[in-house]
Design a protein around this ligand. Structure first.
Ligand code: AMP
Length: 420
């Protein structure tokens, strides 16, 4: 019978590497938790129409990359390709906008896009995200950006760059869109791209092909079309970022793959990743709530890619998590010893000391090998004779020194030694 593998574009996270994933998620969440963001969990699938209307039907994410299906009950649902639409849906459903504003939320989980897999681009990936809803204060945009930069810095990354732009609002962007469209119509573009010019001209700026990029040098930039309110908002974001000591690069051509962005947009890039250099991104989305049937509820947020952050850590040679393992490993020789040592291990664990037992009765040699592999500093070895004497052998696995310790004292002794 043939065996199964993880589906294309997905991967398994196995120990000990999986520890680094937990550490990255925790490091991304920690700054948010110190800034009043509360944890939210929403379903992994939502109504397909939520993403169509929220993210936008002309985007690649919606038109090409969604995992959509019809359920047995004839519901049209989609595995979430991003987190903001679901969070905004939940905020509307639970009337969070009627409480204290802003509503600050963070999430962590799995996302799904049917993309062409390559290094750093998967069909199932992991993000930590944050959203601040109900207030259009530019200082909030800056706060979120600063929190993301803190997370990267706390992880030990030094090569994350912040690219910043403003995409304008629903009043001034159409003016820019028209100007850009006029410019793009005059270029030598293939059929597909010409169609894109008519549907979603901003996305053409994001075309990576050199023959397209070469023609875009004189394209109008959105910054020149910003109305007064958008310009003031952008200035205020930058002023607060300066106050917070955050450095950025102006990226007048930065557009993002999701349609809901207004005003501030940003991306965190790492130069050690090759083509997929965005380790995170986000921006303001002041019209999204109305787009999905809610009340006016401005918002700003970001999502940081956990998988690509891991690649960035690797590229910089940063070790984030110590090898997960135990501190004490018990090696029982015989059934009675096993019974006693299982109780000792349980007592150690209750005190917060990570401990394990050689299960499977594989004999002294195999058990000692397991003890070495466990990463433990100490082994507890006991056979019938030790039990008769009321002791266990406490072995220092680094020096191989061993001494008998009374069974009744072993937990206290180990606790003391591990504190030294
Ligand atoms: P986005 O929602 O497209 O702005 O994505 C935010 C971040 O999630 C990106 O900067 C990436 O780090 C990560 N990300 C997005 N799509 C993928 C993917 N297919 N595979 C791995 N990471 C991804």
């Amino acid at each position: 019978m043939s065996t199964f593998s993880a589906p294309k574009g997905t991967f398994d996270l196995l120990p000990p590497d999986s520890e680094a994933v937990l550490a990255v998620r925790a490091a991304m969440a920690a700054p948010l938790r110190t800034a009043g963001y509360g944890y939210i969990e929403t379903p992994v699938f939502e109504d397909t129409a939520l993403f169509e209307r929220g993210v936008g039907e002309s985007t690649d994410v919606v038109s090409k990359e969604m995992y959509s299906f019809v359920t047995r009950g004839d519901d049209h649902v989609t595995l979430r390709p991003e987190g903001t639409a679901g969070v905004v849906r939940a905020a509307i459903q639970h009337r969070l906008y009627a409480g204290t504003l802003p509503v600050k939320l963070w999430y962590s989980g799995s996302f799904f896009r049917y993309e062409r897999p390559q290094a750093g681009r998967y069909r199932h990936f992991s993000q930590v995200g944050a959203e601040a809803l109900g207030v259009d204060d530019p200082a909030l945009d800056a706060e979120l950006i600063a929190l993301a930069m803190r997370a990267y810095a706390d992880l030990g990354l030094t090569r994350v760059r912040l690219l910043l732009n403003s995409l304008g609002c629903r009043e001034c962007r159409p003016v820019y869109r028209a100007a850009l469209q006029e410019f793009l119509r005059g270029l030598d573009l293939d059929e597909d791209t010409r169609r894109r010019v008519e549907i979603n001209p901003l996305r053409v700026l994001d075309d990576k092909r050199p023959q397209v990029q070469a023609q875009l040098t004189d394209a109008p930039v959105v910054g020149d079309s910003l109305d007064e309110a958008c310009r003031a908002h952008y200035d205020a974001v930058r002023a607060t970022l300066s106050d917070l000591g955050v450095q950025w690069e102006e990226a007048p051509r930065l557009v993002r793959g999701l349609d809901y962005y207004t005003r501030t947009t940003f991306e965190f890039q790492h130069d050690g990743l090759g083509a997929q250099s965005a380790v995170g991104g986000g921006g303001r989305y002041d019209g999204l709530s109305e787009d999905v049937g809610g009340p006016p509820m401005p918002g700003v947020g970001w999502a940081l890619g956990v998988d690509r952050t891991l690649l960035a850590l690797k590229a910089e040679g940063v070790e984030v998590a110590g090898v997960a393992g135990v501190q004490v490993f018990a090696v029982p020789l015989g059934a009675e010893a096993k019974q006693r040592l299982i109780s000792v291990v349980d007592a150690l664990r209750r005190r917060g000391i990570a401990a394990d037992v050689a299960y499977g009765d594989r004999g002294l040699k195999g058990a000692m090998k397991a003890a070495d592999r466990s990463g433990a500093r100490w082994a507890l070895v006991a056979g019938d004779r030790d039990l008769a004497d009321g002791v266990v052998q406490l072995k220092d696995l680094t020096s191989a020194e061993q001494e008998p310790v009374p069974l009744s004292e072993v937990v206290d002794q180990l606790e003391k030694r591990l504190q030294q």
